[in-house]
Write a protein that binds this ligand. Structure first.
Ligand SMILES: Nc1ncnc2c1ncn2[C@@H]1O[C@H](COP(=O)(O)OP(=O)(O)OP(=O)(O)O)[C@@H](O)[C@H]1O
Length: 294
């Protein structure tokens, strides 16, 4: 199953938050959604599920435009963690609501996910700590048996063990190929090991979509020291400088070809070392120098 967002635009309170936004995402895929604070990640999620009506553009699942075939929306779930309607309900009651909304809701799955984490059905959601609330949201997402799951900051404030429980659940669900996750997160380290692709949201649109395995095979992050203070042309022309400390230059080369390597070697570096390339490096290079408007 494949979701396609085309030319999405949304203005809120006079501010154009999304504009000409396009991407695809399908089951079997874990896609990360990253961006600076206020970039519009939550707005995008709300727009995908029509909690916010898009001003322009469309969202389709397997070619069915959700505006014209609203029943296709049942293939998509977004539980907005900051605005849940069930704070005062106990965990059993919440499941009844979801079972009414999602015809394939699996009560046994929900109960076993809660039991595995010692969460009694009699507890009210609002009485739980933030981490356990995140687990309940995850249990609802999974038990709803919906193919395309939107997660908004699922790792925010979670301890290592709860975080691992959520990561494991995501990986297991996707492995079977019937689910896909779109995960908005500032936790770049967690996304780095989890996402197949990462979408960078900038100025209201997807400025870059990166397949992490592919980028790691094509790009390189290097630490370089040259004998003089002059930065060689190849570094400026073919690389993106991430950091300069004294004479130590850390640069990202998006296309680290044999030609680039030869040009660097020809510049006779005193030190030239390949460093592990992380999602944080890609984030830094994408957003460096971005002018912020709040
Ligand atoms: N209901 C609203 N009323 C007014 N402005 C809004 C509303 N919802 C979103 N915005 C504005 O839209 C922009 C995008 O907000 P959004 O919450 O989507 O960003 P985000 O990328 O999820 O941010 P963060 O990473 O900080 O959670 C912000 O400038 C925000 O102030």
């Amino acid at each position: 199953m494949k979701l396609t967002a085309q030319h999405l635009a949304k203005t809120i309170a006079g501010k154009q938050v999304l504009s000409q936004l396009d991407f695809t995402w399908q089951t079997g895929e874990i896609v990360g959604l990253v961006g600076r604070n206020g970039a519009g990640k939550t707005t995008l999620m709300r727009t995908l599920v029509d909690q916010y009506h898009a001003d322009h553009g469309q969202v389709a699942i397997d070619g069915r435009n959700l505006a014209e075939a609203p029943q296709a929306r049942q293939n998509l779930i977004y539980i907005d963690p900051t605005e849940v309607f069930f704070t005062r309900m106990n965990l059993a009651k919440i499941a009844q609501y979801y079972a009414a909304g999602y015809p394939h809701f699996d009560q046994n799955r929900y109960r076993s996910l809660l039991a595995a984490n010692d969460l009694p059905l009699t507890k009210r959601y609002g009485e739980l700590s933030k981490g356990y609330q995140a687990l309940v949201v995850m249990a609802l997402n999974l038990a709803s048996a919906v193919p395309l799951i939107l997660l908004d900051e699922p790792f925010d404030g979670l301890d290592l063990f709860i975080r691992e429980t959520i990561v494991k659940a995501v990986i297991e669900e996707v492995a079977a190929g019937e689910r896909g996750f779109l995960i908005a997160s500032h936790d770049l380290a967690e996304l780095d090991g989890l996402a197949d692709r990462v979408l960078f949201l900038k100025r209201g649109t997807i400025s870059r979509a990166v397949a992490l395995e592919q980028v790691r095979s094509e790009a390189a992050k290097l630490q370089l020291v040259f004998a003089t203070n002059q930065i060689p042309a190849v570094v400026r022309d073919r690389g993106q400088i991430l950091n300069i400390q004294g004479r130590v230059i850390t640069a990202l080369f998006p296309a680290y070809t044999s030609v680039v390597k030869a040009a660097l070697t020809a510049a006779q570096p005193v030190l030239m070392e390949v460093l592990p390339l992380s999602l944080s490096d890609l984030f830094r290079s994408e957003y460096a120098g971005e002018v912020r408007h709040g």
